[in-house]
Design a protein around this ligand. Structure first.
Ligand code: PEP
Ligand code: MG
Length: 593
C-alpha cells in the first residue's frame, strides 16, 4: 500500500447517482489488489517467522470468511454463501498451501511474494481451461489471494466485506460481484470511477438511501484508505480531507435532511392520494426477500417489482426449485394481504450465470437477455415458473416477463407457464391464480403494445431499459450518463402512448423503473394517467409527500406542458419549476429551515 505522507485536500467532481450527504472515512476497494507486492529473499533465520506470518494471515482470513458466511447465511440464506464456502475450501487445499510453504522454505521468498506467485500460477492454470466452472474458480483463488495479501500488508482495501465501522466505499468499478458482498449496514456512501445511473450498484445505493457519485476519474490514485470524505450525492461532488468550513456546511445540510426524513416518517399511515382525492398506488421494488421489511415500513401498497436475479448471480449453481419457492413464499406471506409481482430472471447483457452459457457477442445488450435468454434455457425458466406458481398458494402473486420484444416471445413464455401449471396440477401441488404481465422496455414492444395487451393481464414499464433502448444509450455507461435521460421527450411520448393503450384495453399499468421514484417525475406521470408507481422503499414517503401536495388538475397541466417540449432540458426546467411550487405549498414545515 502506498504510504500517505500528508493528507491531500481535494475537490473531485463526478456524476450524481444517488442523492444525500455522507461524511466518513474512505475504504478503498481496488479490484486489482495491492499494486506493489513487496518481493525479497529472506535469510534462513527468518523462515519460521515467515511461515508463522503466513499461518496467522490464513487464520485471520479463515475467521473473516467464517463470519462473513454466517452473516450471509443469516441474512440471505445458505445458498448465497456458496462463493465464500468455495474460497474457504481453496484456502484449506493442501496443494496451494504446500506450494506457498515450499517457496518460503526452499526458495526463501518472503511470504507476500510466495503467495502472489502461487496465486498467479493456480489462477493462470484454471483460466486456461475451457470449463466455465473451473474458470470461475480462478477468480475465487485470485480473490482469496487478495484477502490474504491485504492481511499481510495491512492493506484495508481488500477487506471491504468485513468492515468494523461505517465507511464510504470507494471503488474503481462497483460490479454486482462486489456489491453482493458488502455489509449493507456499514455503507455510508459509494464513490466509483465507473458507475452508471441505473446500474445495479446505483439501484442498491438508492434502496439503502446512501449517496453515490460516479464517474470520478482515477479515484484510486486520488483517495487513500482512511481519508475523510464528504460526499454530496445530489451535486456529484466529493471532497477529500476537506477544511472545517466545508465539513461544517455539510454537517448542517445533513442535519436538515435527517430532520426532513423524520417529518416524512409521519406520512406512513396517511393515504397516498392527491390533494383532490385521486388515489395513487405506491409499491416497492425489492431484490431480496429480506427487503420486504423496508417495503412494509415505508407503507408500500405491495411489491410492484421483485427482481429475482440476486441468488442466481451470487452463487455458482442455479438455486433449486425448492430454494426459489421458499424465497418467493416468504415474500408473498410477509407482504400479504397486499400482493407481489415476481419478475422472472432478467440476466444477460453484462452478466451471465455460469450455468447459462451463450455465444459471445460484440453487443451483449442487444443479444441474449431477459425472456429471450430464458427461452433458450427452458428448464431454468420452467423451474422458476413452478416455484412462483407454488408460492401463489401462500399469497397474492403475479409473474412478470422482462425485456419482452414481441408477441412471439410472450406466447412462448405463456406456453411454458401453462406447462408448469399443468405439471403442478398433475403432481397435486397446490397453487393459486397468477396474473401474467410484461415489462415494456423495448421499442418493438411499444409498437406492438395493443397486440401484447390482448395477451397480458397487466403492464409494467421499465423506464431504465426503455430509455436505454429508445435513446440508444448504454444505461451502465458513466461517460454517457449526462445523455441518459428518461425526461427526453421521445421517452415521454412513449410513456403517454403506453398508459393510453393500457387504459383503453382496461388493463392495469405501472412504472417500475428508477423514474417512478424520482420526485421530479411523479406529477408528470400522474398527469399522464399512471396510477401505480413502484420504486425503492426509501423513495416511497418522499413521493407520497409530493402526491399529497399536488392536485390531479395541476399534474395534468404539467404533463400537458411537458409533452409539448422538445428537449430533455426544457422538460426538466418545467418540472423543476412546477415541483418546487408544489412542495413549497404543503410540505410539512421543517423547523430547522
Ligand atoms: C427497468 O429496466 O426499468 C427495470 C425496472 O428493470 P431493471 O432495472 O432491473 O433492468
Ligand atoms: Mg429492465
Amino acid at each position: 500500500m502506498a504510504g500517505k505522507e500528508k493528507r491531500k485536500l481535494l475537490e473531485l467532481r463526478g456524476f450524481p447517482i444517488s442523492p444525500g450527504v455522507a461524511i466518513g472515512k474512505a475504504a478503498v476497494f481496488d479490484e486489482a489488489g495491492p499494486e506493489e507486492v513487496p518481493e525479497y529473499r529472506i535469510p534462513p533465520s527468518r523462515v519460521d517467522a515467515e511461515i508463522s506470518r503466513f499461518k496467522h494471515a490464513l487464520n485471520q482470513t479463515r475467521n473473516d470468511l467464517a463470519t462473513l458466511i454466517k452473516r450471509i447465511e443469516e441474512d440471505l440464506g445458505e445458498s448465497e454463501a456458496a462463493i465464500f464456502r468455495v474460497q474457504l475450501s481453496v484456502m484449506d487445499d493442501p496443494t496451494v498451501r504446500s506450494d506457498i510453504e515450499r517457496l518460503i522454505v526452499e526458495e526463501r521468498y518472503n511470504v507476500e511474494s510466495a503467495l502472489s506467485l502461487t496465486i498467479e500460477k493456480f489462477s493462470r492454470l484454471l483460466s486456461s481451461v475451457s470449463n466455465g466452472v473451473l474458470k470461475e474458480r480462478a477468480s475465487d483463488i485470485r480473490d482469496l489471494g487478495r484477502q490474504l495479501l491485504a492481511k499481510l500488508m495491512f492493506d484495508e482495501s481488500a477487506d471491504l466485506w468485513n468492515l468494523e465501522e461505517k465507511v464510504v466505499v470507494v471503488a474503481r468499478n462497483l460490479s454486482p460481484a462486489i456489491t453482493v458482498r458488502l455489509d449493507r449496514d456499514k455503507i455510508l456512501a459509494f464513490v466509483a470511477d465507473s458507475l452508471g445511473p441505473t446500474s445495479h450498484a446505483a439501484i442498491l445505493a438508492r434502496s439503502l438511501e446512501v449517496p453515490a457519485v460516479g464517474a470520478v476519474r482515477n479515484l484510486a490514485g486520488l483517495i487513500a484508505p482512511s481519508d475523510i470524505l464528504v460526499i454530496d450525492g445530489s451535486s456529484g461532488l466529493v471532497f477529500v480531507n476537506p477544511p472545517k468550513k466545508t465539513l461544517d456546511h455539510y454537517r448542517q445540510v445533513k442535519q436538515k435532511a435527517d430532520a426532513r426524513k423524520r417529518l416524512l416518517a409521519k406520512l406512513v399511515s396517511l393515504p397516498s392520494v392527491t390533494a383532490d382525492g385521486e388515489e395513487i398506488q405506491l409499491m416497492a421494488n425489492i431484490g431480496k426477500a429480506s427487503e420486504v421489511a423496508a417495503a412494509i415500513k415505508a407503507g408500500a401498497a405491495g411489491v410492484g417489482l421483485y427482481r429475482t436475479e440476486f441468488p442466481f448471480l451470487s452463487h455458482r449453481e442455479m438455486p433449486s426449485e425448492h430454494e426459489q419457492f421458499a424465497m418467493y413464499r416468504e415474500v408473498a406471506e410477509r407482504i400479504a394481504p397486499a400482493g407481489v409481482t415476481i419478475r422472472v430472471l432478467d440476466v444477460g447483457g453484462d452478466k451471465f450465470p455460469p450455468y447459462m452459457p451463450v455465444p459471445s457477442d460484440t453487443n451483449p445488450y442487444l443479444g441474449w437477455r431477459g425472456v429471450r435468454l430464458l427461452l433458450r434455457h427452458k428448464e431454468i425458466f420452467k423451474t422458476q415458473l413452478r416455484a412462483i406458481l407454488r408460492a401463489s398458494h401462500y399469497g397474492s402473486v403475479s409473474v412478470l416477463y422482462p425485456v419482452v420484444s414481441g408477441v412471439e416471445e410472450l406466447r412462448m413464455a405463456r406456453m411454458l407457464f401453462e406447462e408448469a401449471a399443468a405439471e403442478l396440477h398433475d403432481e397435486k401441488i397446490p397453487f393459486g391464480q397468477v396474473l401474467q404481465g410484461a415489462m415494456v422496455e423495448v421499442p418493438s414492444a411499444v409498437v406492438m403494445i395493443n397486440q401484447l395487451l390482448k395477451e397480458l393481464d397487466f403492464l409494467s414499464v421499465g423506464t431504465n431499459d426503455l430509455t436505454q433502448y429508445i435513446l440508444a444509450i448504454n444505461r451502465n455507461s458513466d461517460s454517457l450518463a449526462p445523455f441518459f435521460d428518461p425526461f427526453h421527450p421521445a421517452v415521454l411520448h412513449v410513456l403517454k402512448t403506453l398508459v393510453r393503450a393500457a387504459l383503453h384495453a382496461g388493463k392495469p399499468v405501472s412504472i417500475c423503473g428508477e423514474m417512478a421514484g424520482d420526485p421530479l417525475a411523479a406529477p408528470l406521470l400522474i398527469g399522464m394517467g399512471y396510477r401505480s408507481l413502484s420504486m425503492a422503499p426509501a423513495s416511497i414517503l418522499q413521493i407520497k409527500d409530493i402526491i399529497r401536495s399536488s392536485s390531479l388538475k395541476e399534474c395534468r397541466r404539467i404533463a400537458h406542458d411537458a409533452l409539448k417540449k422538445e428537449t430533455a432540458w426544457e422538460v426538466r426546467s418545467l418540472l423543476e419549476d412546477s415541483t418546487s411550487e408544489l412542495t413549497a405549498t404543503t410540505t410539512p414545515k421543517d423547523s430547522s429551515e
